[in-house]
Design a protein around this ligand. Sequence first.
Ligand code: THU
Length: 129
Amino acid sequence: MTDIDLAELRQLAIAQLAQSYSPYSNFPVGAAGIADDGRTVVGTNVENASYGLTLCAECSMVSDLVRTGGGRLLAVSTVQGDETPVAPCGRCRQLLFEHGGGGLIVDWDPEPLLLDALIPEAFGPSNLA
Ligand code: THU
């Protein structure tokens, strides 16, 4: 689908599992993305005693994207504790759409997916233009 090294991206996501703050669910999640300038960004889930305030791994990865200069996401990998891809939750699909659009490559097995398949007919920035 692309010459982006998704296996390498997945390894970056796996490395983030060790940083997870998930004492309530014991479900660590790691995320990694590649931006259109070639830099990589990472994130992990950060839970809260007020459960609904939990930040997903994709959320902290998007914060890392913006914090380190912005740009568009080209590909992302999100993994759970057994180091296999985990499907982004609904809110995170919307977050990823904002920063990568429907063409964003999502690491998946056996083949990568496009975000369009995970959030078809998405509401996004163009709706507000
Ligand atoms: N989680 C993520 O980090 N990303 C997702 O897309 C799915 C869910 C986290 C949130 C919570 O800390 C844990 O997984 C269990 O729901």
